[in-house]
Ligand binder design. Structure first.
Ligand code: DLL
Length: 426
């Protein structure tokens, strides 16, 4: 399945899509209404490209139909719920049949296998267990490939590090920010993850991170860091890079991905960046057609050097809703991370504080200076600050104020990090 020629994957996708659309038109009042409102009937879907005729779904559709009005499976057939708290408003609920759980696990088993893990590996799962999809998702995926699972969940970091060492964990699944935090805590305990543990792979995701951050994590901790992606609405984490680290494999038999212009909703040219929109082709309890995920990225359809033929998602560069507009210029937090991580004196932790002074947005970037570079001399620090401000101005085309702070003084996160503090009252 993973090496199927692209034309065959697309034929398979078309068959699945067609069946799904008929099913939803017949059994889901929500989709029936939506399709009627858009003037589309299942008979109109005559090719895979006809997916574009179908209506979109957005996050608020899930909130408006809280808790389970979008489910089409009977309650008896719902095997599990996950709930995402979201930063605003009502939570969203996702349901799974046994078959949905099995497909989700399969996608993660493929993902973990593709990054070289299997029987004999000890995989420490340090994503949160419970309503969040990260912990249980990776847990069952790791079990399925015959690895030994160490289900530490988040928190209690010192104990996590002891267990990592004592049980010889070879891989860890957690957010990149939690792994950075673990690296620091380990050093305080006198343990080097690179030299004193067996760790060789990180399955890192659930939040944005850059290529520069990957390089830092890999050289500091002596591991290969793989990017894993997913959202609760799709099931949870599902798609990951392989050992080539050349994009996230989107399993085409499970998901059909489109990249759209966020303003017009039209498909962008192949390879261009746009908003990811995903149709889940096999979900039973709570199907998702053309779900506008809100993440910005591009898709590469060429086969991967590893031999897998499914489309590859490039790194997520931002979200439609995390773009900051600073004095009229669009700024994504990922651009800031990209510029900062290229400066050797700058540590891995920073915080973006956005405020409004009068009619103008103002951005302050608080940056931890590496211990080795931190100096008592004001002049040294001023030089670093000037360098950082210059680099940021070049990268962003807008001036940002920079405040240098001591290593270890900004907040650390066990799950998703919060890098932007928005003090604007809009
Ligand atoms: O974060 C699922 C997950 C768990 C993915 C563990 C990977 C690992 P949600 O809480 O619904 O689900 O958040 C989904 O997180 O729309 C992206 O904005 C962001 N996100 C997830 N993975 C990545 C990644 C999980 N690799 C939202 N790079 C998504 C950038 C990511 N952003």
């Amino acid at each position: 399945m993973e090496e199927m020629p692209r034309a065959e994957i697309e034929r398979h996708q078309y068959r699945l899509l067609k069946a799904l659309v008929y099913k939803l038109y017949s059994f889901s009042p929500f989709y029936h209404e939506r399709m009627k409102a858009r003037g589309v009937h299942p008979d109109d879907i005559r090719s895979l490209a006809d997916v574009r005729k179908l209506p979109f779904m957005v996050k608020s559709d899930l909130r408006d139909n809280y808790p389970d009005k979008l489910f089409i499976a009977d309650q008896d057939d719902v095997a599990r719920y996950h709930v995402s708290s979201g930063t605003t408003g009502k939570p969203t609920v996702v349901g799974y049949t046994q078959n949905d759980l099995s497909n989700w696990t399969l996608s993660l088993a493929r993902a973990l296998t593709s990054c070289g893990l299997g029987r004999g590996d000890v995989i420490q799962v340090s994503y949160g267990y419970g309503l969040f999809t990260g912990g249980l998702g990776l847990h069952y995926g790791a079990e399925r490939i015959g690895a030994s699972v160490l289900p530490t969940s988040v928190g209690n970091t010192e104990r996590q590090i002891e267990l990592m060492q004592d049980l010889r964990a070879t891989a860890i699944a957690c957010t990149p920010s939690y792994l950075l935090h673990m690296g620091e805590v380990a050093e305080k305990m006198g343990i080097s993850i690179k030299d004193d543990t067996e760790l060789r792979a990180g399955i890192l995701g659930a939040e944005p991170w850059t290529e520069q951050m990957r390089q830092r994590i890999e050289s500091w901790l002596g591991i290969k860091a793989y990017n894993i992606y997913g959202t609760s609405e799709l099931s949870g984490p599902m798609f990951c890079e392989c050992t080539e680290q050349k994009g996230i494999h989107i399993w085409g038999d499970l998901a059909l991905v489109e990249v759209l212009d966020p303003e017009t909703g039209e498909t962008v040219a192949p390879g261009e960046t746009g908003e990811l929109t995903i149709t889940m082709l096999q979900k039973e309890a709570m199907p998702m057609i053309r779900y506008r995920v809100g993440d910005l990225s591009s898709v590469d359809y060429d086969p991967c050097p590893c031999g897998r033929t499914h489309p590859r998602l490039q790194r997520i560069t931002g979200r439609v809703d995390d773009m900051l507009i600073i004095r009229g210029i669009n700024v994504f937090p990922s651009q800031i991370e990209h510029a900062l991580m290229a400066i050797p004196e700058v540590g891995e932790h920073f915080q973006i504080v956005v405020d409004r002074k009068g009619a103008l947005d103002d951005m302050l970037i608080r940056i931890e200076v590496r211990k080795e570079a931190f100096s008592d001399k004001i002049t040294d620090l001023m030089l670093i600050r000037r360098k950082v401000e210059g680099r940021l101005r070049n990268a962003l085309n807008v001036a940002a104020e920079v405040e240098l702070v001591e290593a270890g003084s900004l907040p650390r996160f066990e799950g998703k990090s919060k890098k932007v503090v928005d003090r604007r009252v809009l």
